[in-house]
Design a protein around this ligand. Sequence first.
Ligand code: PLP
Length: 376
Amino acid sequence: MESAHYLDHNATSPVRPEARRAVADAMEHVGNASSVHRYGRVARRTIEDAREIIAGFVDAAPGDVIFTSGGTEANNLAVRGADRTRVLVSAVEHVSVLDAAPEAERIPVDGDGVVDLVALDRLLAKDSRPALVCVMLANNETGVIQPVAEVATIARKHGARIHCDAVQAAGRIAVDIRSLGVDSLGLSAHKIGGPMGVGALVLACGVPLQGRQKGGGQESGRRAGTENLPGIAGFAAAAAATELSDQARLAGLRDRVEAETQRIGSGVKIYGRGAPRLANTTCLSMPGVSAETQVMALDLAGVAVSAGAACSSGKVKASHVLMAMGIDKAEAETAIRVSLGWNSKPADVDRFLEVWTQLWVRTGSGSSGGNELKYG
Ligand code: PLP
């Protein structure tokens, strides 16, 4: 069953018709791209065409695109394949980076969730071992955009290598591996309207990588395993269909959500608002009402949003991103994320605002700390 008003594009974006068609067409192929016969050659052509499109999407060379099973694998491969004993990660990274390097040192962020460049410089200066620095381009919960080119300049000064998780930024702002100055970028198809279970790690020219998955030597020995041909074809079709110009329309819808919730609800906070942000994302609190209650009430009314980070278990816990921004746990537990995308319409925002306002009134939020509704 699909929500009538889907406002959770940062969790996954509905598959674009172009991607759906490309997946279906690719499933007609019988060949394995490693086979030398004509069927294999057709499959190989499809993959190499897709590689060129993904390379063009981030201004890289096709030979530097390694297809993976998604953003999680791309981030893991970047962290583990860099083979550095010292790893520094921003405190607001996605778990696929944090858990790939559990011993990593954390780079703090400010109250808007922007990485502290002075702290990064200081951390790198105090230990001369060659390091890997991981800073994402845009945050999945708040949409805050990091100054990655500045991070790269500082990291280079100290001889460090830089990985950038661009999973949420791709398709929403221009992502250019050369002007960012990073060594690698992580991408995921399902955040841009492609299928789930496919993504890419893109390397800057000449950057070495130790493949972790061994086997048939696919992806130039950097990621073994028969390629996900339909997924890769769908990924490329979604990337080709992406129009950055649509972000201005989404910014208008997002701004309406923020202006109206703040007009109606006193004490409503918008997180990361003082920093550059993606146009499609807002993370906002309803004082005194848990995110879980908000998500359930909206869901019952046909509106899909997320509570901060959606965990794989489906359980809601206070967001490490908001806590790193200095927000206390109780407040962080009242924050939801509304994220828009290619098929979002004004009617989706209208319905969200209608149900949000009803909940605000019913819970008496902001009056005496809220009169929380209970579900289940
Ligand atoms: N990085 C970020 C910032 C994300 O938001 C996500 C998914 O939520 C991932 C990485 C993981 O991507 P995937 O779902 O393709 O494994």
